[in-house]
Design a protein around this ligand. Sequence first.
Ligand SMILES: C[S@@+](CC[C@H](N)C(=O)[O-])C[C@H]1O[C@@H](n2cnc3c(N)ncnc32)[C@H](O)[C@@H]1O
Length: 246
Amino acid sequence: MSAEGLDCSSCGQHSSSLPDVDLVAAAEPERTLGAAFIDSRLAARIYQSLWRPLTFGLSSGFRKPSFAREAELVLTQLARHSGPWLDLACGPGALAERMLARHPEELVVASDLSSAMLQRAAARSRAFRVRADALNLPFADGAFGAVVNLAALDLYTDPERALRECLRVLKPGGAWLGSCFVWPERWLRWSRTPLLAPLFSESGSHGLTAAALCNLLRRVGFTAIEERAFGGYLLVWAEKPPISTG
Ligand SMILES: C[S@@+](CC[C@H](N)C(=O)[O-])C[C@H]1O[C@@H](n2cnc3c(N)ncnc32)[C@H](O)[C@@H]1O
């Protein structure tokens, strides 16, 4: 992958000057209810101005930082890592836009499963836009210096597999900069009751606690895990171990 274009690691297809490429495998991937719900033109239109502030605020007890503050926190971490950078599950592209505004020299790939979100991203950002499934990333091993993955783990059918894919496409020493809504332990107990359990498994809500997310990152192979909680909203930085010279 270079500023001149993007090569698909599985089929070899080359795209010279995007705007958009669809690199989802032939069969549409399975989605959680949440991922299906958010994939609409209406959701994409109202996401940044209404949906994100309202639902993220409610879910974090209104303790989550504003998007501008959250973006600053991510950009500060990002600056410690070389490009190219991937904004995975980028939504309508607001963060990718800021990444490029701050670092116009970097190659930024904005990727999402939702065509509606990517169409919104096209209007606001010069990032390469790639439609892809987080569980099956169409990028070569070690392609990125950092993967940003905000507020999407909950919407994946298999968050562990998505994290393994993030690790795979990172360079040694590269960073995963993610976030997730986390639950207090007592909520988890309710979600496992016979009445509520089917609802939670259907919606794809994985009910991660902060400790469970950090354990998951560790199990997948990330190190140097740091977390910062804002009510029920957790920002997490983690790194792919550097190649041992030893
Ligand atoms: C809550 S939005 C977060 C958007 C953005 N990262 C942000 O922080 O505002 C979750 C995004 O994940 C995307 N998504 C859900 N499942 C996905 C998957 N399997 N692969 C890639 N993107 C996915 C949705 O389409 C949606 O744009």
